[in-house]
Design a protein around this ligand. Sequence first.
Ligand SMILES: NC(=O)c1ccc[n+]([C@@H]2O[C@H](COP(=O)([O-])OP(=O)(O)OC[C@H]3O[C@@H](n4cnc5c(N)ncnc54)[C@H](O)[C@@H]3O)[C@@H](O)[C@H]2O)c1
Ligand SMILES: O=C(O)[C@H](O)CO
Length: 390
Amino acid sequence: MATSPLSVEVHNPHGKLRVISTKPMPGSRWIKLLVDAGCRVEICTEKKTILSVDDIKRLIGRKCDGVIGQLTEDWGDGLFSSLKAAGGHAYSNMAVGYNNVNVEAATRNGVAVGNTPGVLTETTAELAAALTLAAARRVVEADYFMRAGKYDGWLPTLFIGNLLKGQTVGIIGAGRIGSAYARMMVEGFKMNVVYYDLYQASRLEKFVTAYGKFLESQGEAPVTWKRVSTVEDVLKLADVVSLHPVLDKTTYHLINKDRLALMKKNAILVNASRGPIVDEVALVHHLQANPQFRAALDVFEDEPYMKPGLGELPNAVVVPHIASASKWTREGMATLAAENVLGKLKGYPVWHDGNYVAPFLDEDSQPPAACPSIVNAKNLGLKILAAAKL
Ligand SMILES: NC(=O)c1ccc[n+]([C@@H]2O[C@H](COP(=O)([O-])OP(=O)(O)OC[C@H]3O[C@@H](n4cnc5c(N)ncnc54)[C@H](O)[C@@H]3O)[C@@H](O)[C@H]2O)c1
Ligand SMILES: O=C(O)[C@H](O)CO
């Protein structure tokens, strides 16, 4: 059966390098950067939220140099071998997380894989903070109550929630986003920090120590930090637990039935990392059995679906994977993704520091002649810029 072509919007039809974006992305700088460098840019405008592997193979066609794709797509051997067969060698996720990408398959096919770190750190941490507050103070429940016309006057017992000040916030995965979120909760709500990560979060520790001293100098109680050696320790100690690790084999169902049982009965669990880090069926049962326990989720195990029962629970706040959705961040993510692909097509080296991408985002100057972040740079033998030479 013949299939009709997917709808695309074309920029610079005579450009020599063909770059595809599987989705329209915010802003126009990313398109301009590619077009100015001689690329023909094709943006898939098909009215279908999640493209299948076959859809993307059709987009790649017989000649394609690079692709910008999305975290909803299954980038495995099938797509990378199609891209290679079409002459392509550059792919970037428009996301920092790349658990949807089989990096080994990409490397085998000689394709560089980019991601977009740094630009979404604060935006994502802010949404995690918003979810924490919404859960602690029952904002969504109260909003529904109000709109349903149920409010008939102030009561001493109406929508009592949790005070954050002086409580303990637990971080699992204290990388860029986990540390930024921890700082927000420390500075904003004077919370103490307990964290678990495979690595020491030295900058976070120094910040909390210094902020604690500052508070003491103001005659206030200091804040404290503690690094613990197990996930269980965080769960037992914290009043709020926020999840920020990468999703991989070590973090799949990191939060399960047994670990939920270790948490305080009135604790709050926040997840703005990846859905499968939580066993969502176990979480639904836990929320049902413990009405004082609350969860606030930006991500879900089987996105876009929720596990049965979750949507009916008043002690759960649920939003549709919007943690990085600020205008500046989403435009920046599009720019970094385009710069990854363009840099690889131009033969540029790879930037030295995924935590420092500001020079790529400055609209008033030419971006550095480098790929901002290529996760398989070493395995592909790509040149990596030394910080000292910048
Ligand atoms: N909801 C959203 O829209 C959204 C937005 C941005 C990022 N994310 C997710 O957040 C993740 C983190 O992003 P980041 O920029 O902070 O990355 P990062 O690499 O700076 O931090 C991840 C941290 O997880 C730690 N880690 C790895 N394995 C672990 C384990 N088994 N146990 C505990 N910690 C472990 C790492 O050591 C690292 O410190 C991304 O991979 C992505 O999946 C989600
Ligand atoms: O990994 C990511 O970047 C998010 O999930 C989307 O911003």
